[in-house]
Write a protein that binds this ligand. Structure first.
Ligand code: NAP
Length: 281
């Protein structure tokens, strides 16, 4: 039976390291400060925002919510983002997505200063990532995948990795981070022929599609490490893209949903905030 790669111990280890670094910053009179920009009052967004604010508080960081009406104009939102960019007391910013239909989401995200773009949303942060520079932040969930591998002692160097999904939020940045860690990476998508065969080739398989249970025994082989990033709701129950029990009967290790990669993402956001504050000194 495969090892279950739980996210909680990874998150705890990250938070332990951050507590030490926040204390060092406090000695210098610096409190990392996060701004969360939220449009409208979607209950999911509000719950997510509350949990982020709680995480900040627990860690000794400051956080503020910037709540704006959902029908705000694009230029007014960009003006608000520019205010955040110019405010030296704010070290990092998270813009809750998806943005409303009337906005050009890419243009709005691009307005965020890369040094404050904690979830790597804008093209300047993504450009820095793809150029292999360390002065911007990767999207948190993509980074969380690499944190999982690091914590569990799985070195991507020299391994074959396949990432299923090529979004700019997860698939492509996860592939880039694996490449930087010296894996040989194949990015798969909806037009990839014979996906099971490509997946079986991989030593490390990261799945970020959003289709419940699409990865099964056919995609799996002994010795493989599988990270399931998908979050789906089936009959009111959360599940991932991987049929965990099937995969666990064959692979060496698999992350569950819930309780896997998703449990690490909020700690990565905190890590990016603390790093932004450290860099701002
Ligand atoms: P997305 O933008 O919809 O991208 C999905 C990707 O999957 C696309 O690249 C698509 O290919 C590919 N795909 C769709 N059907 C496929 C198929 N049959 N075979 C192979 N590839 C296929 O989704 P996303 O934003 O990347 O999110 C992916 C999943 O991660 C979702 O379940 C989301 O809820 C979850 N998520 C988790 C976290 C976390 O913290 N755990 C955070 C964010 C998102 P094409 O490009 O060809 O269309």
């Amino acid at each position: 039976m495969a090892d279950l790669l739980l996210g909680r111990p990874v998150a705890d280890a990250i938070k332990e390291d951050l507590a030490r670094r926040v204390a060092v910053l406090a000695e210098k009179g610096i409190t990392p400060r996060l701004a969360v920009i939220r449009l409208g009052e979607d209950p999911g967004d509000m719950a997510y925002e509350r949990s982020i604010l709680r995480n900040c508080e627990k860690l000794g960081c400051a956080a503020q919510s910037i709540a704006l009406p959902r029908d705000i104009g694009q230029e007014a939102l960009i003006a608000k983002i520019e205010e955040v960019n110019a405010d030296p007391s704010i070290h990092g910013c998270l813009l809750l997505r998806p943005l409303p239909q009337h906005m050009d989401s890419a243009k709005v995200c691009d307005a965020l200063a890369p040094e404050k773009d904690l979830d790597g949303m804008g093209c300047r942060a993504l450009g820095a990532l793809f150029a292999g520079r360390k002065d911007a932040f990767a999207p948190c969930t993509a980074q969380a995948c690499l944190e999982m591998l690091k914590f569990y002692g799985i070195d991507p160097a020299g391994k074959r990795a396949a990432v299923v999904g090529r979004s700019l939020v997860i698939g492509r940045p996860a592939g880039q981070l694996l490449l930087q860690a010296d894996a040989t990476v194949t990015l798969c998508h909806s037009r990839t022929p014979d996906l099971p065969a490509v997946c079986r080739e991989a030593d490390i398989l990261i799945v970020a599609v959003g289709r419940a249970g699409m990865i099964d025994r056919e995609h799996t082989r002994p010795g493989q490490v599988i990270l399931d990033v998908g979050v789906n709701s089936v009959d009111g129950k959360l599940c991932g893209d991987v049929r965990t029990e099937e995969a666990a009967g064959i692979a060496a290790a698999v992350s569950p949903v819930p309780g896997g990669v998703g449990a690490v993402t909020p700690s990565v956001l905190m890590a990016h905030l603390v790093e932004a504050a450290e860099r701002a000194i």
